[in-house]
Design a binder for this molecule. Structure first.
Ligand code: NI
Length: 171
């Protein structure tokens, strides 16, 4: 089911999400199915469960945006265990639509997580994939990309969003 993607201002986006402890029931796979549908419908390359209102530590990433099935990644309870290098590039977020800003991130990361079945996995990524890992894991900690901007830039964006909210154009 395609779920509504929550926008900046929704409290769940700024909360620390809960780890998944139950891999026995269908809960995780049901959430993941909805996350893929919602992400592709919104033409994103990553989505975290809090963005569809579920405060759980699950993210999905597909840097091929639906072009390559083998690029689809599901990370549950992920942790970044290694970071190196640095990259600066434009970043956006389905929860902050219409805004893109340069963000500096590590260029290479190693992530430890569980897959949908609860099996341990270790993944590494560079460049765009490394950026996606960091962005989507940030979401699980209640952090949005605008938190990485300078206070001045962040304030400008916040003010623009407030105006959109008042005009009823940010729901
Ligand atoms: Ni995002």
């Amino acid at each position: 089911m395609i779920r509504k993607i929550l926008k900046y201002g929704a409290p769940v986006l700024e909360q620390v999400a809960e780890p998944i402890t139950d891999f026995e029931t269908a809960e995780v796979s049901e959430i993941v199915v909805d996350m893929w549908e919602s992400m592709y419908a919104a033409k994103g390359v990553g989505l975290a469960a809090p963005q569809i209102g579920i405060p759980k530590r699950i993210s999905v990433i597909d840097v091929s945006a639906g072009e390559d099935e083998t690029k689809k990644l599901v990370i549950v309870n992920p942790e970044i265990v290694e970071k190196s290098g640095s990259q600066t590039g434009e970043e956006g977020c389905l929860s902050v639509p219409g805004f893109r800003e340069p963000v500096t991130r590590a260029n290479h990361v190693v992530v430890r997580a569980k897959n949908e079945k609860g099996e341990p996995i270790e993944l590494s990524g560079e460049e765009l994939l490394a950026r996606a890992f960091q962005h989507e894991i940030d979401h699980l900690n209640g952090i949005l990309f605008i938190n990485h901007l300078s206070p001045l830039k962040r304030d400008i964006i916040r003010r623009k969003i407030k105006k959109l909210q008042k005009a009823g154009e940010w729901e």
